[in-house]
Design a protein around this ligand. Sequence first.
Ligand SMILES: Nc1ncnc2c1ncn2[C@@H]1O[C@H](COP(=O)(O)OP(=O)(O)O)[C@@H](O)[C@H]1O
Ligand SMILES: [Mg+2]
Length: 405
Amino acid sequence: MPRKTERIQEESSSKDLTAVNFVANMSYCESDPMQRKIRVGVIFGGRSGEHEVSLASARSIMAAIDREAYDVVPLGITHAGQWLTSGDPMAVLSAGRSATLDTGLAATHPATTGRELVPGATGEAFPPLDVIFPVLHGPYGEDGTVQGLFELAGVPYVGCGVLASALAMDKIASKELFAAHGLPVTAGRAVKRKAWEAEPEAVLNGLEAALGYPMFVKPANLGSSIGISKARDRDGLRAALDEAARYDRKLLVEEAVPNAREIECSVLGNDDPIASAPGEIVASNEFYDYAAKYIDGKSQLLIPAPISADIAAQVQELAVRAFRAIDGAGLARVDFLLNGVTGELYLSEINSLPGFTEISMYPKLWEASGLPYRELIDRLIELALERHTDCGRSLTAYNGAMPAG
Ligand SMILES: Nc1ncnc2c1ncn2[C@@H]1O[C@H](COP(=O)(O)OP(=O)(O)O)[C@@H](O)[C@H]1O
Ligand SMILES: [Mg+2]
């Protein structure tokens, strides 16, 4: 069999069987690894506003994945954080039955309310897995938390590690990091919710002194444009800060890029990441807000982006540098704002688990760059196993001579 099975064998020999296995109990001995398929746990749903987007992405992945090479184990997480590890979690979550299920389970299984490290809503053992594909967007999925669980369990997983995921999720931390790496970002200021509540006029004065209108106000750790608004004056800024403060304790205020065009680029790889051809989003609203993303269906994806070869090359170079800055792994979609007046390019954000349906920007850009959807899934799994092996090479204890005296 091809490389995939060789990797499994490699993995099995480097696996630390003494690690506390919170999530998976990988047993390679029950069958000959050369004979069997790779068991991929696809995790979807989750405690996030992007729960439904996650279901759509996971459905696409499970429909397209090469069944000759992989056994797929579907794993669902309800809105309330219950893990569904057996049966048909996709059918349960797709039917919108998770709310009833959550209530029912909360009553019958009071200990499994999503706060335990051993998931499994119905208490059954976790299925054995070789690799996990977390198809989760937003908090508790894209932010390093679930990645931490996989690290503890010693299970390889697709995508960025704990630090890169957390950095990508936090718009303030990533902006500061990008600026430190000399990457072009818009002028912005961070505001703590407590400061806003304690001294609103001082906060408004400080922002007006530092930034010009219009401004964008955002919760630091969210996605899908939730809690984001554009402020044109002091009253608007007040309302925008109140709105963003409903979602997070840290807020980011940025100067708006005039006539912004939205350019996106897909990055793939571990230590030698590569960038796809860039694409462009033409938002159906004044900016790419929640409705324009998910509701009215009128926003357009232009692939490739109608930009000059020179700007496309800049986008690709900056996308790879942004990916390296966060120490990304596997995949990320890097989003830019292009000043429609001056042609200046700004790095806007990096998404460590971008939408992954067959018609989403991330895979579409790879398809346009010569990598079809099914092969992209293969490559991501391969990268997950590679990274796990590489991390496994590091010593976990001091192994040198003790200093004298
Ligand atoms: N500084 C800015 N200038 C112009 N438009 C912006 C700016 N910041 C955000 N936007 C608009 O708001 C949208 C959502 O902001 P973004 O930072 O991408 O948050 P999210 O993580 O929710 O996608 C962007 O796609 C863009 O349309
Ligand atoms: Mg965005």
